[in-house]
Design a protein around this ligand. Sequence first.
Ligand code: HEM
Length: 447
Amino acid sequence: MTGTTSRRRSWRATRAAGLPPGPRWPALVQTLVWVLAPVEFGRFCLRRYGPLFTARIVGYGPVVHVCAPDTVHRVLRTEADRFDATKANEVIRFVVGGHSLLLSAGAAHTARRRVLMGPLHGANVARYVALMESIVEREVRGWRVGETVRLLECCQRITLEVMMRAVFGITDSARLARLRLLVPRLLDISPLVILMPAARRHFGGHGPWARLHALITEVDGIIHAELAERRATPRGGPDVVSVLLSSGEPVTDAELRDHLVTLLAVGQETTATQLAWLFERLLRCPGALGAVTSATHRGDREVIDAAINEAVRARPTTMDVGRVALEPWEANGYRVPAGTLFAVSLGLLHRSPSAYPDPERYDLDRCPVRGPGFLPFGAGSHRCLGASLAMTEMRTIVAAVLRSVRLEPDRPAAEWARPKGPMLLPHRGASARVVANHLLDGVARSC
Ligand code: HEM
């Protein structure tokens, strides 16, 4: 059978299965383009096939991409019970553990969300702001005038510190020091281990699986030591551990451990990356940078939030959230069979040219939050539990940085999105040159 014949057959199979159209390239080629350039691949398919298209991805089979407001709304909200949100997360069970929200469905999921909602709701999160500001100040004090800083790495250090000290309430300096080293490695899992179950073997204590296992064991040991101490000497406070331990609802150490690792896995690097994109965009739009800098001095939250929302729209950290159809599902004249994987593409939803003209342009006046279908934190029963924390953190960090330093891009060209696992990072780490550091002047002045 020639390559062309086999491609025609698999494309016909896609049509016969009732799936929406998509590229006719071999699955391997589609997979490579999807993995290496997900934004460009998505934009190409959206232009060519419309907001419901099928990509054929090695290891997953046909993946139906949904990116129009009405169909996204159906999958995430009104018909959410016809889809399973946990199957797409199975691959990280060995890290986040069986009690994780990411692997829970139905009543167990609702109960676990209720437990975690308390410490992560807006009013409680507001109590972390002073600590967040002191963490930023400590980081920014190390930036010398004239040097180039990779803001992504700086934001990763800041958000990790916020997570460990504010959200988890860890104060023991030895534990904090060890976690600073271990957590970044925990979040940098080899794709080999994620994609190939065959690679999940110990090979006599060598290889990525053995290393990951040792890492998880050490992180778990630190978390369990912290929990034992906090149970023995409760100290109160707004952090997740204190709130859950004092809530009166029984919660085991195993559950708490899985909740904490889940928050690290989905909350820390996402927020750092979104912040890095925000700086990357602002530094290339001097008008917007000026407006946001003065807003930070006036405490004008509306302008700061507009800048954050527009960065989340134009430069999302992840393109899709995954769902598996539990029953056949019909849309736009297609009937997608049960068991099909769906990629609900928030990245493409936010790039729809009809909703956002010239969608790649960063425009502070756009106010995406009022636009149709702006769902940076998802929707429905799996909507981001850390949305308030993420917004508070981004607002606090960007304001504290812009009040303290003056930055310029180290190169005029925009940074492109480099995939790393499910994340899209600015490819040079949002590099910027420090022009002035008012913390080192000893005087914080207006730019
Ligand atoms: C800019 C930063 C963030 C973005 C863009 C973001 C985005 C999202 C999105 C789109 C989902 C929905 C996934 C789905 O429907 O399958 C989600 C879920 C979730 N996020 Fe976030 N997130 C961010 C920060 C955080 C933070 C800081 C935390 C907590 C520390 C957090 C905790 C969670 C949790 C626990 C879930 C799973 C909820 C569930 O399945 O019920 N996220 N996030």
